[in-house]
Design a protein around this ligand. Structure first.
Ligand SMILES: [Zn+2]
Length: 484
């Protein structure tokens, strides 16, 4: 714990990434989740370290067989399909108010150059050799599978039989890095978080061991050509992981500023790629490892797994049209402990919205401004307030739910202070004290919205515009209208 805090204090830049999303996926709140978490941290660090010292990257993974299949199905050329779909993804994140610094596509020219350069380095380093791959491959996963991964002959996640593949491929010597990786994880307890994922990776290394894996495909046309064998394209994961390096400005003067990444936010289903393949690839290319990989959990929708066949994927765009961006951010970061699994239900979403945002934050803002307008000519005294809760350690260790729960109970206590002091009665006997009480509450509310800014950027700014430099701006807009 101490180590994390120390790291944060000495941190002069912050580079955070989300997974890049398969372009053929239909964007749902699961994708919004990783991206909103990264956005929250990017906003926090921009305020702390300065805008120029934060890099936040998200984007799309396009060089996969899945893209080819989806383009065919849509009767479009692969180029048209990926261009149109990437734009759609980017538009969704824009609508959600995501402040990425770069939206990377694995078809970007600089990324192709990065992948080829690194492949060449790894090859020159003697870590790539030719072999025959024969076995099972799940296109849904873009990964090789073993018989014992299957349930009734099908991939348990994709409910499809994997393809049987036999081809001559190039292999990466992952096995060479097994001991080094194990010791690195043991020596750097913060490298993989949360703890449960760290244990999972360690146990994988200890029980299954690391096997070399094929990093090229012979039969696929679409993808990045190997620099040392242009008859093959790079395996999509080898290509995709390198997006983090490309976006840091690999090959330019900026690279030393940003690399290594401070944090990769990933879903728990892709830790093998990020915590086993990725470190070995970086070592082989002579690059440092990211400071941390943090795997978040999954959530169910009304207790059910999100799935195409159930048709229960929730479109984040629809949700924010009704409730606003901050409501979605609040629910995802407050209701689900980051790193654990959780559940999403529209009923619960609506209840939390009404109780915490409309009744607590929204109501406090509106009562307070109305009373100050009435009792003190739309003014309040600016007084220094002592924070009842310091949130920096919690936000930097990704305890978003703790931050929000603490800040909202602080808001609760401000609502309680109004009830207790009854300004509407107090004003009759002691107008001066009424103003003192209300001013103190207004200044505490402002401090809370300062802390809430990374989480609820839109409403924090609205509150700050209402209470500004000792003056209340008359504002008839309801921050959070209530919904049944
Ligand atoms: Zn699969």
């Amino acid at each position: 714990m101490k180590k994390t805090t120390q790291q944060n204090q000495t941190r002069s830049k912050f580079y955070v990434t989300t997974p890049i999303y398969y372009i053929n996926d239909v964007p749902h709140i699961g994708h919004a989740y990783s991206t909103i978490a990264a956005d929250t941290l990017a906003r926090f660090y921009r305020d702390k370290l300065g805008k120029d010292n934060v890099l936040f990257v998200t984007g799309t993974d396009e060089n996969s067989q899945k893209s080819v299949d989806a383009a065919k199905k849509a009767e479009k050329s692969i180029q048209t399909y990926t261009d149109e779909t990437a734009q759609k993804w980017q538009g969704i994140f824009d609508n959600l108010g995501i402040t990425y610094d770069r939206f990377i596509r694995t078809t970007d020219t600089d990324h192709i150059a990065t992948v080829q350069d690194i492949l060449q380095k790894v090859y020159d380093n003697g870590d790539i050799y030719k072999g025959v791959y024969e076995g099972l491959y799940c296109v849904g996963h873009e990964a090789f599978m073993k018989e014992d991964d299957l349930v009734d002959g099908l991939c348990p996640d994709h409910k499809k039989a994997p393809e049987h593949i036999k081809e001559e491929n190039w292999f990466f010597k992952l096995s060479k890095y097994q001991d080094r990786l194990k010791h690195y994880i043991l020596d750097n307890p913060d490298f993989i978080q949360p703890q449960s994922r760290r244990n999972e990776v360690l146990s994988f290394i200890e029980t299954k061991g690391l096997e070399d894996f094929s990093i090229s495909r012979e039969t696929q046309e679409w993808g990045i050509r190997l620099p040392f064998d242009d008859s093959q394209v790079a395996y999509v994961w080898f290509d995709a992981l390198l997006n983090y390096v490309t976006a840091a400005g690999y090959g330019t003067d900026n690279f030393d500023k940003w690399w290594p990444a401070d944090l990769h936010i990933v879903g728990k289903d892709i830790i093998k790629f990020h915590c086993i393949y990725w470190p070995a690839m970086l070592w082989s290319a002579g690059l440092d490892l990211p400071r941390q990989v943090f795997a978040h959990g999954f959530f169910t929708i009304n207790g059910e797994k999100i799935s195409k066949s159930l048709g229960n994927a929730i479109d984040p765009t629809e949700l924010v049209q009704k409730y606003g961006n901050d409501a979605l951010r609040y629910y995802l970061l407050r209701e689900i402990t980051f790193g654990s699994d959780g559940d999403f239900s529209l009923q619960r979403f609506n209840d939390v919205y009404n109780s915490d945002l409309a009744n607590n934050l929204g109501n406090l803002t509106s009562r307070l401004s109305t009373m100050l307008i009435k009792y003190n000519n739309a003014k309040y005294n600016e007084v220094k307030v002592k924070p009842r809760y310091e949130y920096e350690d919690d936000i930097t260790s990704l305890k978003f739910h703790t931050c929000l729960s603490e800040l909202f109970s602080w808001l609760d206590s401000l609502n309680g202070a109004i009830e207790e002091n009854k300004p509407w009665e107090l004003f009759k006997t002691d107008p001066e004290k009424t103003v003192t009480v209300l001013s103190a509450i207004a200044c505490e509310l402002l401090l809370i919205t300062k802390y809430l800014e990374p989480f609820l950027p839109e409403s924090s700014k609205k509150v700050q515009a209402i209470f500004h430099n000792g003056v209340i701006t008359q504002n008839s807009e309801v921050l959070f209208p209530k919904f049944d």
